[in-house]
Each structure stands twice: as structure tokens, then as C-alpha cells.
Write a protein that binds this ligand. Structure first.
Ligand SMILES: [Zn+2]
Length: 366
């Protein structure tokens, strides 16, 4: 009896104290981005030696090698993701290089998309969510939380290529806008009743075949510029699509394009008066993929060895520039929701079992 009542009081006191200590935090906006099913192996090691020249998975191996191959993994990964390794690795933090002992994992037992995104947003794995066709997510999540905070109501938005996100976020319940299936016109775009008569920010991408993620990105950026949400999510999808199709060349080219979008987003953030030096960018993925043999990279799920392995990147005014994390550590997908809340000086209290904030990212005392 004693403990049951004292512990929550103590917890409230300690967590309140911790947040008060963090009163000097500078983050006022958080933008969370996901690259669906993008492996830590490519992020940290670059193009895969046994796949980059494989005729079954690559149309023109010589051309692909010319674009993304180098003997050293450091050069290779920088060729593939120049913004991650040129900017985030210098100004932010990158978790998940298991070769150095930095581990990030999902805690759900499924290693596929709906359970992964649900874990990111809710802050915990939920066993009944066991299908990508699962109906509206019954659990409250970080969008419900943000949208109920003073100064954030109506300033929360999500943009995604995959049309399951309205269910995963449960926009029906919260009313948080979730923009999927963007329609592009010659000079503008429309989605969920929001119409941009003409683009203010659009520029044609270098890689036009990555069509859906490109539209998702440009619609999101346009919306950020016009409406300035304080908590935003952008969910990209085509890395996963091309991997399932066994197209390793398109998978790499998509990752390279998404890296370019992240660079463009960061330039936009740092040139916008609301966002400049007050915005933390968090980038992660919903699940990993296999790596055994030649075929397993295409797949993920409970039966695929190591598909639970993911990665996490963060950059912003409260996140010390530690770069690639090279010390032994283990973090989990269920810590992202609370980390985002703490960055904003808030305590995400809708799910008591949510994973703890990552103090290295939030700049708080551990
Ligand atoms: Zn996925």
C-alpha cells in the first residue's frame, strides 16, 4: 500500500524536477521522419558488397557501382547518404551501428510496418496490433498528446506515402490531419481538402522515378512553410517497396534521394524564422530487414533473422554533436515518443508503459 502510493508521487516529483532542470531546452518544434524498412547495414556500411553487383537485383551493376561503390565502408556510406554523413554525423547523433556495439531494436515481436509505427507513436509494443490491415489504432499516441498541449493544438500534422497512416495515427479520434495520397497538378497539389494553388517550395527532384515519396515530401514541405506545425511527421515508403521487389538499385537510389530530401528539409528549417535553431529532426525506421544469404535483404517480419534491428538519428539545438555513436549502448523504438516530448519540455503521459526519453538526445541529465 505504502509503495503503491509513494512511488507514483516520487516519480511525478522526479520527472517534474528533471523537466524543470531542462527548462533551458531550446527545441520548440520536432519533425519526425521515417524511411520504411531501410536497413542499418546500408546506412552505416553503404552499398552491400554481395548485392551491388548482383545481376538478379541490379539492372546495370557497373553504373550502380560507379554511383555508390568504394572500397572503404566510410566512403561508401558517404556516397550513398551524403547528408547523413556530412551533416548529421557532424552536428547530430547516429545510433545503430552494431559493428561498434551501438544497438537499436524494435520491442514488438513482428518486425513489420503497422506494429513498428504504432510502437514509435504510442511508445510501446501492443501485441494485438498484428497486421498491416489492423483497423484504427485503439491506443492513444504522441499525436493525441501533442494536439492536447497548450500551444500545440492544431499545430500537429502528418504526411505519408502509405495510406495506412490515418488508421495507425487514428485521425478519426484525434482529428490530427494525416495527408496521404497527394494529388499533384501542374502548378500545385491537393490532399485531404488542403489545396495549394501553386507551389512556393517545389523544385523538380533529380530522381523522378521515386514518385510517391517525392510528392509526399514536397507536399509536407509546402505545408510546413505555410502552416508551421510544431510537431510534424513525414513517412516515406519506397525503400521498403523496392526491397520487396528485389530491386537493389532502386532501393539504393531511393535512399540516396531521401537523404537529399533530408538535406533540403534541413536547409528549409534553418532558413525559416520559426524553425531556425529551434527544431529537432528525428529520423528512424519502422523495422529492419534480413541479411543472411543473398535473398534475405528483401524481407522482414518475425521469421526473418535480425529484422528487429533498426537505427535512429537526431539533430537539433539540444542534441550534442556526438556523431556516430561508437560506445556500447542499447536503445529501443519505444523510446522515440517520450524523447520527442522531452525535447519540447513535455512529459508524454498518455501511456505509462512508454519507453524512457534518451537523455543524450534531449540534452537532459540521465
Ligand atoms: Zn515497413
Amino acid at each position: 500500500m505504502f509503495c503503491r502510493f509513494l512511488l507514483p508521487t516520487l516519480f511525478l516529483f522526479i520527472s517534474g524536477f528533471g523537466l524543470a532542470q531542462n527548462a533551458a531546452h531550446q527545441t520548440e518544434n520536432v519533425i519526425l521522419v521515417t524511411l520504411d524498412g531501410y536497413r542499418w547495414q546500408e546506412l552505416f556500411i553503404g552499398a552491400d558488397k554481395k548485392l551491388v553487383g548482383h545481376p538478379k537485383f541490379v539492372n546495370d551493376p557497373d553504373a550502380l557501382k560507379k554511383e555508390f561503390w568504394a572500397d572503404s565502408p566510410e566512403t561508401r556510406r558517404e556516397k550513398l547518404m551524403p547528408f547523413f554523413w556530412g551533416t548529421i554525423a557532424r552536428q547530430g547523433q547516429l545510433y545503430g551501428n552494431r559493428k561498434l556495439g551501438s544497438k537499436v531494436d524494435v520491442t514488438n515481436p513482428y518486425s513489420f510496418s503497422y506494429p513498428g509505427y504504432s510502437e514509435i507513436f504510442c511508445g510501446h509494443a501492443f501485441r494485438p496490433v498484428n497486421s498491416n490491415d489492423y483497423p484504427d489504432n485503439p491506443n492513444l499516441n504522441i499525436f493525441d498528446f501533442m494536439n492536447s498541449q497548450p500551444g500545440y493544438k492544431g499545430r500537429v500534422a502528418a504526411f505519408a506515402t502509405w495510406d495506412a497512416f490515418p488508421r495507425i495515427i487514428n485521425t478519426q479520434r484525434s482529428g490530427v490531419p494525416v495527408f496521404v495520397k497527394v494529388q499533384k497538378y501542374e502548378n500545385g497539389a491537393e490532399c485531404e481538402g488542403v489545396k495549394f494553388e501553386s507551389w512556393q517550395t517545389y523544385c523538380p527532384p533529380a530522381n523522378s522515378f521515386i514518385t510517391d515519396d517525392t510528392l509526399t515530401y514536397h507536399f509536407a514541405k509546402e505545408y510546413l512553410q505555410r502552416h508551421h506545425p510544431r510537431f510534424a511527421f513525414i513517412g516515406f515508403d519506397e525503400t521498403d517497396e523496392f526491397a520487396h521487389e528485389g530491386k537493389y538499385d532502386s532501393y539504393l537510389q531511393t535512399a540516396h534521394q531521401l537523404d537529399e530530401f533530408m538535406k533540403d528539409l534541413w536547409v528549409f528549417i534553418q532558413n525559416d524564422s520559426q524553425y531556425r535553431d529551434k527544431t529537432t529532426l528525428i529520423i528512424t525506421c519502422d523495422h529492419g530487414r534480413g541479411h543472411k544469404g543473398k535473398n534475405m535483404w528483401r524481407h522482414h517480419g518475425a521469421a526473418i533473422i535480425d529484422a528487429h534491428q533498426i537505427w535512429l538519428a537526431a539533430m537539433g539545438p539540444d542534441t550534442k554533436p556526438l556523431g556516430e555513436i561508437k560506445t556500447k549502448s542499447h536503445y529501443y523504438q519505444n523510446q522515440i515518443a517520450q524523447t520527442a516530448a522531452h525535447l519540447l519540455g513535455l512529459d508524454y503521459n498518455l501511456q505509462p508503459q512508454a519507453g524512457k526519453a534518451i537523455p543524450l538526445i534531449t540534452g537532459e541529465q540521465p
